[in-house]
Design a protein around this ligand. Structure first.
Ligand SMILES: Cc1cc2nc3c(=O)[nH]c(=O)nc-3n(C[C@H](O)[C@H](O)[C@H](O)COP(=O)(O)O)c2cc1C
Length: 374
């Protein structure tokens, strides 16, 4: 089970599974066997992840697909209901919900996450998204604020209200620019006192928000080399500006096979020959217009990386190659990373059998003890 203070102390490398609630998962591909994100597959995946010692499941909050031939991310299980179902059906794994601050009321979210935390006996988490996807704002009939400072000002009030509901006693009034509320309170509180918070703001304003409010900051990097600097910048900004310790996570996709050739052939099959380039271009254009999740250089050069894994860092090759590459992110100072697979289920089974034991032998991860039944 993820324990915020313990992770900071041990520097044990956490692994989470990302985007399994979305059709296509992390791969914008036309192959017929692409991930469907059906409930049955999500449940099976989470139960395997729970058994093999993966630390957390992280969903994407997506309300409009990216089009192309497959409508990549066109079918998406809603994160809070998805998390409730998974928490009720697993024993150890942490299950995050990803929430857009502009589309949801904080009183409702405080209650939903607190409820999930009861269901999972303290295993719920919250990933806060302050917004960037213009197609979604249009669908909701809300203006996407042009300025990042306005997006994050709303997100700040939103989070202040939730944290006050969770972490203070008694009713309170809230008088802000975006919310004016009277006699606010909420019970139950988080099951074990604290809910871990993730945030992935990358702009200046986003970084400031993430380092001020979250336990873990997510960031896209080019690789472990630039990662060293990125981790240093984020952790020192958190300390200097907010006197806080944060962990830094990055995002990856995995193609792991017994031989390097098999891995690279499979990559070519799903992400070059059968890439859904229409969806890739829509995703990249939307990102470049409204978010700073990827640098301009990444958006200029990473078309293939977006088809293969949503622009995240690649982990390709044999189990040794993949384990060695993960170890480089650990060495760079990351607290953990998310992984994604084309077929999450069979590929996680192989990853668990071959890569996880190597990471333990290398001292990157401690063996996950089978904890007491919850
Ligand atoms: C790990 C991770 C998870 C994210 N999850 C979502 C999501 O589910 N939905 C979404 O709209 N944006 C998501 N984002 C986007 C970010 O929350 C954020 O809006 C984006 O990085 C732009 O921030 P910026 O405009 O401050 O640069 C995610 C980003 C990362 C790296």
């Amino acid at each position: 089970m993820m324990n915020v203070e313990k992770i900071m102390r041990d520097k044990d490398f956490q692994l989470g599974i990302f985007s399994s609630n979305c059709s296509g998962g992390f791969a914008a591909t036309k192959i017929p066997e692409r991930w469907s994100a059906s409930w049955d597959d999500c449940l099976r995946l989470a139960q395997i992840a729970d058994e093999v010692g993966i630390d957390f499941m992280l969903p994407i909050a997506r309300w409009v697909g990216y089009g192309g031939e497959t409508d990549f991310h066109g079918s998406v299980l809603e994160p809070i209901s998805w998390a409730s179902g998974l928490l009720a059906s697993t024993k150890r794994i942490q299950v995050f919900s990803t929430i857009n601050t502009a589309y949801t009321h904080p009183i409702v979210v405080a209650k939903q996450i607190a409820t999930n935390d009861q269901i999972g006996h303290g295993r719920a988490g919250l990933n806060i998204v302050a917004g960037w996807n213009k197609w979604e704002y249009d669908a909701f009939g809300i203006e996407l604020p042009e300025k990042h400072e306005d997006r994050y000002a709303l997100a700040q009030e939103w989070w202040e209200i939730i944290s006050k509901i969770w972490y203070s006693e008694g009713p309170f009034d809230y008088n802000g620019k975006y919310f004016n509320m009277k006699n606010v309170h909420g019970s139950p509180k988080p099951y074990n006192g604290t809910v871990p918070i993730l945030n992935a703001g990358s702009s200046g304003e986003g970084r400031d928000y993430a380092t001020r409010n979250s336990h873990f900051v997510f960031t896209n990097v080019m690789g472990p080399e630039d990662g060293v600097e990125v981790v240093k910048n984020i952790t020192s900004a958190a300390k200097k500006n907010h006197n806080r310790d944060v962990g830094v996570f990055t995002v990856s996709h995995v193609v792991c096979r017994p031989t390097k050739k098999e891995a690279m052939d499979y990559l070519h099959y799903y992400a070059e020959e059968n890439a859904d380039w229409g969806a890739v271009d829509n995703l990249m254009n939307l990102q470049s217009l409204h978010a700073k999740s990827f640098t301009d250089e990444m958006l200029r050069t990473y078309r293939s990386r977006f088809a293969a894994g949503h622009g995240s860092v690649p982990l390709y090759g044999t189990p040794d190659d993949v384990a060695n590459e993960i170890a480089r992110y650990h060495k760079a100072g990351f607290s953990g990373m998310t992984v994604a697979f084309v077929d999450y289920i069979s590929e996680l089974e192989y990853f668990a059998q071959e890569v996880l034991p190597r990471l333990e032998r290398m001292g990157v991860r401690l063996p996950r003890l089978i904890e007491q039944e919850v």
